[in-house]
Design a protein around this ligand. Structure first.
Ligand code: ARG
Length: 469
């Protein structure tokens, strides 16, 4: 390695001005190589695009650019083969790669940094990485939605209790409940698609903050790296981490959705509910209680939101109040995003597995659907429709009948016609038609309602959108 002209302990990248090297603790707090090594592929891709552009614009000779390009490929293969010595004294991935390039091709390596700064370099590397994670989230969400659609299709007309306040409200269908999650995860997917579109502008060429006096071609590097266009303001380019915040925000909402279904799985798989059976693949046993099958994966998914939302709050806190443009504070962006992305992808895969493998207990669902006076609303609606009662009065009559049934530990269909007539003498025998859960779900035919025909229409729509038919 080339020694710095002034001192061999000072940094080789800026040793000209420095007589001494950093304190060991300074090295420890300053270095990011421990985590930003994950950006190596993006860093090398960015450098290769930059070098090719420097040659195309005549800023660099084509032989130098070629040596740099090939050297970078060697560095890439060394890292991928696990033969790369990451050095903490070289601080970050950018300087580790460049220093190794210098070992390989000599001082020509120093020409790569023409018309560039680590500020635009890290901005482009990190955008490329987050962009890939958006794609991974979009794919993971698609697979999860497909799993929910599969469950919905199988049980489009299976009755189950619908809840508000976790109290039995009205009968719904299993398929309808599954499709609710398809809608939620579809919004998540759209958020990642939207964020990806917005982040797909290339900051490379903003240089340190003000642009450069070299005749660079930012459109060429943007195109080479798959961006839609270069960013339009150099100051914004190096100080913006909105793309990371948007990714984290979308991840947080998605993790919140995962936690909600995770909670339902925990409840539903309990001996008290028995709505679903989770497969052995997604549960654990107890070392002391042989009967147990614990929904650990679901419980962990219920908890993972804490990490992802924590990362989101952490990065918002880092960015809040930072003056333009780049500040070293921003180096704190990466670990948060790395951890949140890893957590989200693992969570999506685990939930997809659980949903695909779970078995709904149709009998338990049906038995539970018909208890808890779940058709009380149907009775009230019948009183309005058939007897012309104002809804408030119908509600009152129904409430009286529910109290009567409850007092004798019966359900609404178990009351006799005479008992009903004692509350409202207009009630006729055909009232019993609406007190069964099957009739109840079949009657909810409004658009987006729980009737099997509505559910099947939504299943068909989503199968088409998800490429399942
Ligand atoms: N490691 C730095 C980061 O992650 C790279 C950019 C450093 N730029 C600088 N001017 N020190 O943000």
């Amino acid at each position: 390695m080339t020694a710095s002209p002034k001192s061999n302990t000072a940094n080789q990248m800026w040793g000209g001005r420095f007589a001494e090297g950093p304190d060991a603790i300074m090295t420890a707090i300053n270095a990011s190589i421990g985590f930003d090594r994950r950006l190596y592929a993006q860093d090398i891709a960015g450098s290769r695009a930059h070098a090719a552009m420097l040659a195309a614009t005549g800023i660099l000779s084509s032989s130098d650019a070629e040596a740099i390009g090939e050297g970078l490929l060697t560095v890439l293969s060394e890292i991928e083969a696990g033969n790369f010595n990451f050095r903490i004294d070289l601080e970050d991935i950018h300087m580790n790669v460049e220093a190794r390039l210098r070992d390989l091709i000599g001082p020509t390596a120093g020409r790569l940094h023409t018309a560039r700064s680590r500020n635009d370099q890290v901005a482009v590397d990190f955008r490329l990485w987050v962009r890939d994670q958006c794609d991974a989230a979009i794919n993971g969400l698609t697979a999860l939605m497909q799993a929910f659609v599969g469950q919905a299709e199988a049980g489009a007309d299976w009755v189950m209790p619908g809840f508000t306040h976790l109290q039995t409200a009205q009968p719904v269908t299993w398929g309808h409940h599954m499709m609710a999650y398809v809608e939620m995860f579809a919004r998540d997917r759209a958020r990642f698609e939207d964020a990806r579109r917005r982040m797909n502008e290339c900051p490379l060429g903003a240089a340190a903050l003000a642009g450069t006096s070299f005749p660079i071609d930012r459109h060429a590097t943007a195109k080479a790296l798959g961006f839609d266009r270069p960013t339009a303001n150099s100051l914004d380019s190096v100080s913006d981490r909105d793309f990371a915040l948007e990714f984290l925000s979308a991840s947080s909402i998605c993790a919140m959705h995962l936690s909600r279904f995770a909670e339902e799985l925990v409840i539903w798989s309990s001996a008290q509910f028995r709505f679903v059976r989770l497969s052995d693949k997604w549960t654990t046993g107890s070392s002391i209680m042989p009967q147990k099958k614990n929904p650990d994966a679901a419980e962990l998914l219920r908890a993972k939101i804490g990490r992802i939302l924590g990362a989101t709050v952490a990065l918002f806190t880092v960015m809040k109040g930072l003056p333009l443009t780049y500040s070293k504070d921003m180096q704190e962006d990466k670990e948060q995003v790395f951890d949140a992305a890893d957590t989200l992808m693992l969570g999506l895969a685990a939930m997809t597995g659980m949903v695909s493998d779970m078995t709904a207990n149709r009998d338990s669902l049906a038995a539970s659907a018909s208890s808890g006076f779940s058709t009380a609303t149907d009775l009230a609606d019948w009183l309005v429709r058939e007897l012309g009662l104002p809804f408030r009065e119908a509600h009152h009559v129904t409430g009286t009948l529910v109290a009567m049934a409850e007092a004798s530990a019966r359900d609404l269909p178990d009351l006799t016609l005479d008992e009903m007539k004692s509350v409202h003498d207009g009630i006729r025998p055909d009232v019993f038609d609406v007190l069964g859960v099957e009739n109840s779900i079949r009657s909810r035919v409004s658009y987006g309602g729980t009737a099997p025909e509505q559910v099947r229409a939504q299943v068909a729509r989503w199968k088409n959108l998800l490429g399942l038919d």
